[in-house]
Design a protein around this ligand. Structure first.
Ligand SMILES: CC(C)(COP(=O)(O)OP(=O)(O)OC[C@H]1O[C@@H](n2cnc3c(N)ncnc32)[C@H](O)[C@@H]1OP(=O)(O)O)[C@@H](O)C(=O)NCCC(=O)NCCS
Length: 171
């Protein structure tokens, strides 16, 4: 699989997916944004990639945005039929290997619902560490829920990149 930077032509597909509860999964509310707002988010305000299979099938997205001055936060999802095949872990690894060289940041973080096991496992497999629980920090279908905050530090990434084959050549 491959990460391809999002283009204007991708906006309607992503907008459609974000408004679909199956795509967003059990632990996130759907997001219904205008086309203009979606374009702004995907093409200006974030570093937004389409996750594609080798044959060009668009199976998901992963995006990153600045969180303060030295940290980026990431978010991602895959279409239902392509989950549980390792693509999520791989996309997170590729994103990390793109962001650290590209941005002057010391940390990448990812908050996820405390019950979102696939997401937590994918983050851990990609090298992230669970920092703890943020109580009632998001709202899903009207219910306030806890989130686990995961992070990956530049220092940790540099050590990993030097010592493993899954290092910088991922992107
Ligand atoms: C979160 C998500 C991107 C993970 O990607 P993925 O490709 O499904 O995950 P991977 O195949 O890389 O699997 C990662 C680990 O989670 C495990 N896993 C996958 N689905 C699982 C499930 N339903 N229950 C328990 N574990 C699961 C895998 O077995 C693997 O662990 P292992 O190697 O120890 O077996 C994907 O599940 C998804 O799109 N979910 C809906 C949207 C979402 O929740 N996004 C994240 C918001 S923070």
């Amino acid at each position: 699989m491959n990460l391809r930077r999002a283009e204007k032509d991708d906006v309607s597909l992503v907008a459609q997916r974000w408004s679909n509860s199956q795509y967003m999964g059990e632990y996130q509310d759907v997001m219904k944004l205008s086309k203009a707002k979606m374009e702004k988010v995907m093409l200006e305000q974030t570093i937004f990639f389409i996750i594609e299979k080798k044959d060009g099938t668009k199976i998901g997205h992963i995006g990153g945005w600045m969180y303060g001055k030295i940290c980026m936060e990431i978010g991602f999802a895959l279409v239902l039929g392509e989950r549980g095949k390792g693509y999520g872990t791989e996309a997170i690894q590729m994103m990390v290997n793109y962001l650290f060289p590209e941005k002057d940041i010391v940390r990448i973080q990812a908050p996820t619902d405390t019950e979102n096991t696939p997401c937590q496992k994918a983050l851990e497999k990609a090298g992230f560490t669970n920092e703890g629980t943020m109580r009632k920090s998001h709202c899903v279908r009207g219910e306030y829920r806890d989130m686990s905050l995961y992070s990956f530090l530049r220092d940790e990434w540099e050590i990993l990149a030097e010592t493993t084959a899954s290092g910088k050549q991922h992107y």
